[in-house]
Ligand binder design. Sequence first.
Ligand code: VAH
Length: 314
Amino acid sequence: NILIIGACGQIGNELTLALRHRYGNERVIASDIREGSENLMDSGPFELLDATNHDALEEVVAHYEIDEVYLMAAMLSATAEKFPMRAWNLNMGSLFHVLNLAKEKKINKVFWPSSIAVFGSTTQKEGAPQSTMMEPNTVYGISKLAGERWCAYYYEKYGVDVRSVRYPGLISWKTLPGGGTTDYAVEIYHRALADKKYTCFLKEDTRLPMMFMDDAIRATMELMDCNPKNLHIHSSYNLSAMSLCPREIASNIQKYIRDFEVVYRPDFRQTIADSWPSSIDDFQARNDWGWKPEFDMERTTKEMLAHLKNPTNK
Ligand code: VAH
């Protein structure tokens, strides 16, 4: 059976629904520190679980005969700057608990998300390579870089089958993101529909790697399905789809909502965004498991406006 930790989060919610659709509701156990959307709660087993509580996690793994864990719980970049030690403890403590369960053969496969936040301002801005200079100066980026190194260590030393991708900023409509620097790319669609005005917390020309959630979920499942002998990266795979800035998204929305206005008021998140690359080279993912994105900005905007206007299955 499969356990999703952090199932109420922006990725966790959609990953849970996609895995339930694929493997059957009863085989995919959702867990989080708090209850989630009706769709999530009504479609299969749910456990309240603090990802930093080793014994509680071990109990859920044993009770539900879990053999695969998707660890999606983390404190994201903006919030982590406000609570550095809480972020470090959550992001790292939960990872060690899951890696050690795998080392003890209590589970046999792990997915753990990394992020483009592992790159820093000394990384090349365009086409950040799979293996390169990585000097993140955010708590979140430091925790993700350290986490990647531990994943590679547990693979090399203990043969743990842990797989990971460096997600770009994710654009989705089912679940709001929480505390990220790329959250503007979700908020902007909500505000465009709600009152045709948005105050963006990043400068209009802040270009960042972005991806529509359907692509991110598919990439995750493709990586987890892949024959392990094809996988050459055991830290975390670069993953790329689009490279967008607020001004581009705003003008794309204005094609559908003519009088939509955006004002730009950069805040502390601008410094975080400026430390990240504008685009990513994901050659290794394309080479190892045939990764190919399907959503560009046009298609993303159409999906977002259509679903946010008439939320079918929230
Ligand atoms: C954040 N959405 O903004 C996350 C992500 C690349 C950004 O890691 O913190």
